[in-house]
Design a protein around this ligand. Structure first.
Ligand code: EPU
Length: 430
């Protein structure tokens, strides 16, 4: 098991190239199960969630051929099971996409309740509601077992009671091979929803309106093979923006989609960070002091909840008192106790954190409680005086490709050490 050792206080200078989007990849890979042919997927991030999904697909009978570091071919012509094994599925939240994909193509799926980062109640009632609307019988226990009455789903209107990324993508997948038309209302609009729709359309699906709150899916008979390239990761780019905001210095963040970054750039600019968009690159510089700000997380195009811990780490170093309101998840402040170990002054009351800026952080041992909490620890540690040891970084490795290598290349003093498992006292990873 790895730990990161960070000797902080070095401003970052140089270029970082952003990898493919994790939350697009973890939907598109299961969606490849729906293709009755071979699909080539490019710009796949090298992260552990992706590796796990490849193992699950392989077990179901898909043939995954690695072409290079970031490209694979998936051949789903000979799937022999619609029941992935419990131990793999439990380790990754996105395994719920296997339900929509398998149910849509084969009329049945039996998938263990998904794992993933723990930051509050993570129900899947809206996914189930959508599957039922399309004519599936669904039973829930340790497994979600879904069967299409009559063997094939039938398109229908689906109104989402909450704006859910996962439910929107899952119902969209299920509807692609259904008979007739499905309209998802109150759909989520995140960039990875558009990316999944573009992937499915490039394989022969008929999806319109992805990126708006009303998505129309006309069912088709089958999906054929093709080639698709995943979008860059908005949150990875945002994380490096907060890193340079915390440490000072100047980064060129390459391979981004500027529109996706606006919600993050706007907040950092409000805090006194210089951000300039140059084609598919962002120049981010922080030389002066950081100013206080308030932020409230919201579904896209609002400020992303997956950037909340990282921006909080920056706010903890800003002049004055900032406020963070978490409006998506009901328990995403578990990292606050860890930031306090570095000297942050933060009070949490329900979904609101009041942050009184401090002059600097002091290095200390901290834990990554989940993926983005771990990213926030790295951001804070890079700015801290002295040495910070970050444990449980397995969470960070779920979603950031070569974080350590990318940061070292821009002047960070960060290294990885291997620590025996028992010293970590760790349970229930994933
Ligand atoms: N919700 C329901 N019922 C449902 C589904 C969701 O009440 O059936 C609620 C949730 O409890 C939450 C809200 O709706 O309060 C939003 O949840 P959503 O379904 O949008 O989240 P998700 O699809 O499970 C994805 C990302 C998360 C990200 C959220 C919000 C993946 C694999 N995960 O989760 O990403 O925080 O959307 O944008 O795409 C991360 O990358 O670190 C991460 C946690």
């Amino acid at each position: 098991m790895n730990q990161y050792i960070v000797n902080g206080g070095h401003p970052l200078f140089g270029e970082i190239t952003i990898s493919g989007a994790k939350n697009a990849a973890v939907a598109i890979i299961p969606a490849a199960l729906m293709v009755d042919g071979v699909c080539r997927i490019e710009n796949i991030p090298q992260i552990s969630d992706v590796t796990l999904l490849f193992s699950i697909l392989d077990e179901l009978g898909a043939h995954v051929r690695v072409l290079n570091q970031h490209a694979v071919e998936i051949d789903s012509r000979h799937i022999h099971s619609t029941k992935p094994s419990l131990d793999l599925v439990r380790k990754i939240r996105a395994s719920y996409y296997l339900i929509g994909a398998l149910l849509g193509r084969f009329g049945e799926a039996s998938v263990a309740m998904p794992g993933g980062c723990n930051f509050g109640v993570r129900p899947i009632d809206q996914h189930v509601k959508g599957f039922k609307a399309l004519g599936a019988e669904v039973s829930e226990g340790n497994f979600v077992h879904a069967v299409a009455k009559g063997g094939r789903l039938v398109g229908a209107p689906v109104y989402m009671d909450v704006v859910s990324v996962g439910a929107t993508m899952n119902v969209m997948m299920a509807a692609v091979l259904a008979e007739g038309t499905t309209v998802i209302e109150n759909a989520a609009k995140e960039p990875h929803i558009v990316d999944l729709a573009n992937f499915l359309n490039s394989m022969g699906a008929d999806i319109k309106g992805a990126g708006t709150d009303s998505i129309k899916i006309r069912g088709v008979e089958r999906l054929n093979g093709g080639t698709y390239c995943i979008i860059p990761d908005q949150i990875e780019a945002g994380t490096y923006m907060t890193a340079v905001a915390a440490t000072g210095g100047q980064l060129l963040i390459k391979n981004i989609i500027p529109k996706h970054m606006e919600c993050i750039s706007a907040k950092l600019m409000e805090m006194g960070v210089y951000v300039e968009e140059i084609d598919d690159t962002l120049l981010v510089r922080r030389s002066g002091p950081l100013k206080r700000a308030n932020v409230k997380t919201q579904p896209y195009p609002g400020f992303p909840t997956d950037m909340q811990p990282q921006i909080a780490a920056v706010m903890a170093l800003a002049e004055g008192t900032s406020m963070v309101t978490e409006a998506v998840w009901n328990n995403r402040f578990r990292y606050v106790d860890e930031l306090k170990r570095l000297g942050a002054k933060i009070q949490v009351d329900g979904r609101v954190a009041v942050i009184e800026g401090v002059d600097h952080f002091e290095g200390a041992p901290v834990q990554a409680c989940d993926l983005r909490a771990g990213a926030a620890m790295v951001v804070a540690a890079l700015a801290a005086h002295g040495t910070t040891e970050i444990s449980h970084v397995v969470y960070i490795e779920r979603g950031y490709e070569d974080l350590v290598g990318k940061l070292r290349a821009v002047g960070a003093d960060i290294s990885v050490i291997d620590v025996p498992d028992e010293e970590m006292g760790m349970e229930n990873i994933g």
